[in-house]
Design a protein around this ligand. Structure first.
Ligand SMILES: Nc1ncnc2c1ncn2[C@@H]1O[C@H](COP(=O)(O)OP(=O)(O)OP(=O)(O)O)[C@@H](O)[C@H]1O
Length: 304
């Protein structure tokens, strides 16, 4: 089952296309990181997936063919928008009670126990809590609905490193216990490795990279060598992007390419990290790494 499936998906705000021609099939059972520069369409894609917006073109479904925003989707998909939206005047206890009234599948006992573990007083008003605690409570309200798909828009942006760590630990615990799928958008590339096992990179409203992180990482190498030896590299290499300095050049290449010709030019092939891989693709918006036989494109030339 695909938790999110899109075909030719587009969303326009007046004359501006926030998303265009997006085709995507994310299998269930993953923690998916959705990354991309500001304005690349992350929030728009997540809002389409929860039915807060409707497509201007193409189609999108969740949980194996369910229409976003429909009754079956509302009870199975939980969404936490940016800034952990909660009623600041309400107490913690009233917030949990309200969530219980609004959700058929609400697990009140679990939610109360989690609040107790967080050591948050039930009588505290939400507005008086730190942003880390508010984020944890928004997550508690989302998880207490026992969703099959949890969608989080920039959940880490306002959190300090400790709160970030605790938030992600809570998400991973829920994944391990309940087996739910998670999609979260983030600018924080360094955190991805630890939590996500599936990556989607959006660039200028297009899906640029999609796939399991392990295979994406295994499918690439960083070629590192002397800048004045770049011209000695064989023409057949498929290079995604280049970072040149006076002395040294770093080239992200497909690992399907035989590294020996690069070694002959004095370049060594190093394993690549997720952060490096994402940055390399973002530097070269025309390059793609997508599932399917013709899913990878890169330059045969070394990009300037
Ligand atoms: N309500 C709106 N009205 C007009 N344009 C919008 C609206 N929402 C988003 N856009 C535009 O659509 C594009 C994509 O925006 P979106 O918020 O989806 O990107 P994002 O990747 O989530 O950005 P960020 O990381 O800054 O949150 C941007 O050009 C943005 O200005």
């Amino acid at each position: 089952m695909n938790i999110i499936e899109a075909s030719g998906l587009g969303r326009r705000y007046r004359r501006v296309w926030a998303l265009r021609d997006c085709t995507l099939a994310i299998p269930a059972g993953h923690v998916v990181a959705l990354v991309g520069p500001s304005g690349s369409g992350k929030t728009t894609l997540l809002e389409l997936a929860v039915g807060l917006r409707v497509p201007s073109a193409g189609r999108l479904s969740v949980l194996g063919g369910v229409a976003p925003g429909s009754i079956p989707a509302l009870s199975r998909v939980a969404f936490v928008a940016q800034d952990a939206p909660l009623y600041r005047q309400l107490s913690v206890a009233d917030t949990l009670r309200l969530a219980g009234h609004l959700n058929d599948r609400w697990d009140h006992q679990w939610a109360r126990q989690r609040v107790a573990e967080l050591a948050v007083p039930f009588s505290a008003k939400l507005g008086a809590l730190s942003s880390g605690t508010q984020a944890q409570l928004a997550l508690t309200v989302a998880l207490g609905r026992r969703p099959e798909l949890l969608i989080l828009d920039e959940p880490l942006a306002r959190l300090d490193p400790l709160a970030r760590h605790e938030f992600l630990a809570a998400v991973l615990e829920a994944v391990a216990t309940d087996g739910l799928s998670v999609v979260f958008s983030s600018h924080l590339l360094a955190e991805l490795d630890r939590v996500a096992d599936y990556l989607v990179v959006l660039s200028e409203g297009h899906v640029q990279v999609a796939g399991e992180i392990d295979s994406l990482v295994a499918g690439h190498r960083m070629l590192v060598g002397r800048t004045d030896h770049v011209d000695l590299l064989p023409a057949g290499l498929s290079i995604v992007s280049a970072q040149r300095a006076d002395q040294q050049t770093r080239l992200l290449a497909r690992c399907g390419d035989d590294p020996r010709p690069a070694a002959a030019a004095g370049f060594r092939a190093e394993p690549v990290g997720v952060e490096e891989l994402v940055l390399a693709y973002l530097r070269q918006p025309d390059a793609t790494a997508l599932p399917g036989p013709s899913g990878t494109t890169g330059s045969r030339e070394v990009p300037a």
